[in-house]
Design a protein around this ligand. Sequence first.
Ligand code: GRF
Length: 202
Amino acid sequence: KRLVVLVSGSGTNLQALLDAVAAEGAEAYGAEIVAVGADRGGIEGLARAERAGLPTFVCRVKDHASREEWDVALADAVAAYAPDLVVSAGFMKIVGKEFLARYGGRLINTHPALLPSFPGAHGVRDALAYGAKVTGCTVHFVDDGVDTGPIIAQGVVEVRDEDDESALHERIKDVERRLLVEVVGRLARNGYRIEGRKVVIQ
Ligand code: GRF
């Protein structure tokens, strides 16, 4: 299966996928990353892709006349690599109608909280501020909401009294990277069906 990964920052989730494919081989893992895209340049996530010898693309909102045109451009940039599955791993933009029309059902996202708790761009900070005792991460299909699509898998992380946002986020990311690698491999190898809010992996 062909994966395109979308990133916006450090790309450690991307790196975990790259390492899994390198360690197991694309055949055994069931998928290979064919390109990495971002909404801005100069980020470590793109450097990781370049070090892995992968094609990259940058699709900046400000380079387009409207958000809708950006959304179409992003879908076109992804389509150039004919992916079977698109993985949003730390991609911090909400895709629109056009992108979902073309990739809905084949687009997954990883979120650093236990959805439906703490959706949005500050899930780790919000869980900490709320005083949650456990939080974690969620891998889910993307639908037309924000972090609201059908859940594929979740991992739980204890919140410690001494945690600040970055310490907690690092601990979440340890679980998140393993969860994402496991989910992507299973979706790619076994195939899946989405039935309402349920995801059935064969
Ligand atoms: C991940 O925790 C992701 O869930 C969140 O931002 C983080 C991105 O980390 N949206 P990285 O860019 O994969 O290192």
